[in-house]
Design a protein around this ligand. Structure first.
Ligand code: SF4
Ligand code: SF4
Length: 97
């Protein structure tokens, strides 16, 4: 299973290719489809190779792509547990004079 994935904001992309060029695992390629500006946005050609390192996001001059770790998303959901009951304070005994 892939360790990470990307979110692509297709309409912001101007097809400069930086994300494709600098992806260390060569997980990205430029699509043959066009966005509204007439550019070819990237897509995950090998999704299983994406580590979620977000180098693509750091190089993108248009904030059009974001990498994220799958594991981090899983942890965030498991950490959202209901709160434990509050411990007894012992303040009932303050009445003794
Ligand atoms: S997050 Fe990293 S591995 Fe995934 S596509 Fe972007 S640069 Fe490549
Ligand atoms: S770096 Fe950004 S603008 Fe350039 S091709 Fe990739 S997503 Fe598009």
């Amino acid at each position: 299973m892939a360790k990470g994935s990307v979110q692509i904001v297709v309409e912001r992309c101007k097809a400069c290719g930086f994300c494709v060029e600098f992806c260390p695992t060569k997980a990205l390629a430029l699509s043959s489809a066009f966005n509204a500006k007439g550019y070819h946005p990237p897509y995950l050609i090998q999704p299983e190779k994406c580590s979620g390192c977000d180098l693509c996001g750091m190089y993108c001059p248009d904030f059009a792509i974001f990498g994220y770790k799958q594991q981090a998303a899983k942890q965030a959901t498991t950490e959202a547990k209901p709160a434990a009951p509050a411990p007894a304070t012992g303040e009932e005994a303050t009445d003794a004079r």
